[in-house]
Ligand binder design. Structure first.
Ligand SMILES: Nc1nc2c(ncn2[C@@H]2O[C@H](COP(=O)(O)OP(=O)(O)OP(=O)(O)O)[C@@H](O)[C@H]2O)c(=O)[nH]1
Length: 308
């Protein structure tokens, strides 16, 4: 080797050593694998600390748990274009099957010194961010649920009833399904508050809600609109079926007894039922208003009754 070649060789060695030091100091996984054999050509110290030394094992054997073959989710096919050339960096997020941590992976094909195309991946741990996103999502779901829920009874509140109701009306309109609304209001409820106290009244409201839920079907939308006024939206239900259902609820409430401080409290309700087949000519508000008018006729007819 000439003096010039020796110094070039030394300089290459020094560069190689510097680059290896950098790659091994990164707080990220860096590995290179053959795209055909999946042999690991480079696996930095971060990777070795997390997944152990490769010891001749292939990338899918080192990095993933329980793999018998190359991973189904291997991104190699995404790293080449239709001409078989590198298509650039592919970024994805993945929960590692070995340690359960989340990683943001940046994959691409590069030319290896011997001329073949190989896969390089740089993966950084994003578990903390993922957990935060998950917590934020859960908090959002809870907040949305709280905004839609009547605190006392756990039923839908007025906001949720109108939101879900309008969605169902649009759907029923498309499908040409009939739709019905039952409105009911407890009878002489003020007297219950006066006789047994407001807390007892609250218990009655809760009990009444549970009794009515039992009489309803899974797709029915049940809400406490406010005070002692309740509404049920009945998708794909004609007038006769709705009246039958209202009668079932009326009976369930009539038979319900709330025990509060050893006192037995009964409470009935008055019902109004409205139904529509052609929803293009009506709105949820109109359906409710029609059922409401009938409810007040039920009040005037002696209460504890259904007017359809
Ligand atoms: N305990 C309790 N009472 C409530 C709640 N919301 C409304 N009320 C009471 O419900 C009562 C409703 O009284 P009214 O509107 O006179 O009706 P009513 O006594 O049921 O008489 P009719 O509807 O005519 O049969 C009032 O006393 C309200 O204070 C609540 O969340 N809890």
């Amino acid at each position: 080797m000439s003096e010039h070649e020796t110094s070039e060789h030394d300089s290459n060695e020094a560069n190689y050593s510097a680059i290896t030091t950098i790659l091994n100091s990164l707080d990220a996984l860096v590995y290179v694998a053959d795209i055909d054999t999946h042999e690991l050509l480079f696996f930095n110290d971060y990777g070795q600390t997390q997944w152990g030394a490769p010891e001749g094992r292939r990338c899918w054997e080192v990095l993933q748990k329980g793999q018998q073959n190359p991973c189904e989710f291997c991104t190699n096919p995404k790293l080449v274009n239709e001409h078989g050339e590198p298509s650039g960096v592919y970024v994805w997020e993945f929960q590692n099957t070995h340690n359960g941590s989340w990683y943001q992976c940046r994959d691409q094909l590069i030319k290896w010194p011997d001329g073949r195309l190989v896969r390089i991946e740089i993966a950084t741990d994003i578990t903390e961010r993922k957990l935060m996103e998950q917590e934020l999502h859960e908090a959002k779901v809870l907040a949305e649920k709280a905004a839609d829920t009547d605190v006392l009874t756990g039923l839908n509140n007025r906001r949720s009833f109108f939101k879900r109701g309008n969605e169902i009306i649009s759907d029923s309109n498309l499908r040409h399904h009939p739709i019905s609304v039952i409105m009911f209001d407890l009878d002489y409820f003020k007297q219950i508050n006066d006789d047994f106290g407001h807390d007892a009244g609250d218990e009655v409201l809760i009990d009444i809600s549970h009794a009515a839920v039992k009489a309803l079907r899974q797709d029915d939308i049940f809400a406490r609109l406010g005070g002692e006024e309740f509404a049920v939206l009945l998708p794909n239900t004609n007038h006769l079926q709705a009246i039958e259902l209202a009668e079932l609820i009326r009976k369930a409430l009539d038979e319900n007894i709330t025990i509060y401080n050893n006192e037995k409290i009964s409470c009935t309700a008055s019902f109004g039922v409205s139904s529509k087949l052609d929803l293009s000519k009506t709105s949820l508000k109109e359906l409710i208003s029609e059922a409401d008018k009938k409810l007040y006729r039920a009040k005037n007819n002696g209460r504890n009754t259904v007017i359809g």
